[in-house]
Design a protein around this ligand. Sequence first.
Ligand code: SF4
Length: 242
Amino acid sequence: MTLIDAVYLLIFFHGMIMRRDFIHKIKSYLSFLKESDFIFLEKSTETSETGRKQESNSGDLRQIADEIACCAKCRLSQGRTQTVPGDGNPEANLVFVGEAPGYYEDRQGVPFVGAAGKLLDKLLSRIGMDRSQVFICNVIKCRPPDNRDPFPDEIEACEPYLLRQLEVLKPHVICALGRHAAQTLLKTDKGINALRGKFHLYHDIPLLPTLHPAAVLRSPGQLRDVEHDFDLISGKLKELGG
Ligand code: SF4
């Protein structure tokens, strides 16, 4: 081997070492991107899409709530302290619908507060959920005087707000809480015991009627029926993917 051959050989090996070093650096850089920026960008795109949907639903629900707040389409506007449009997760797969706000709801502007609300929380925790995952509202958004049943013309005036809320939320399951809510939504005069325990359809959304938590507080023996209904809801949510 001549001196020149040795120099070439040296340059060749140096090149190989440099190339390996270069490839190693590229690999490290790619792995750095994968572990930080690259993944972050993928996640942030996903998160921003979810965020955008959440923001859009929140905005649409707020718009409906604003309209409800100044609604005077029926006589119930005259006696309310405030409207109770509904409350909860703007992307909820499960929506609870009661009939109308009561005394405390009218005072606070939030549905299902007080002892009945606490029982609802317990039933939710039974199926591994909490209020932050669901949306709760009523068919009627203003309290009827002395908690009387709403009149048909009041339901007719108010129900479009519920339909618009459901259009925004697109829930997988609706749970009608109590006889009045179930009868109003399903346009039937059947009793709650005939309706509960099975799914019906409300505008193509599976709807399961169950007893109102306040009724269960008055008749604790019916708690098992309601727990059974919540188990059915949980099963249906799993079946429908959430
Ligand atoms: S009950 Fe409904 S329709 Fe009647 S005033 Fe209140 S928001 Fe309007």
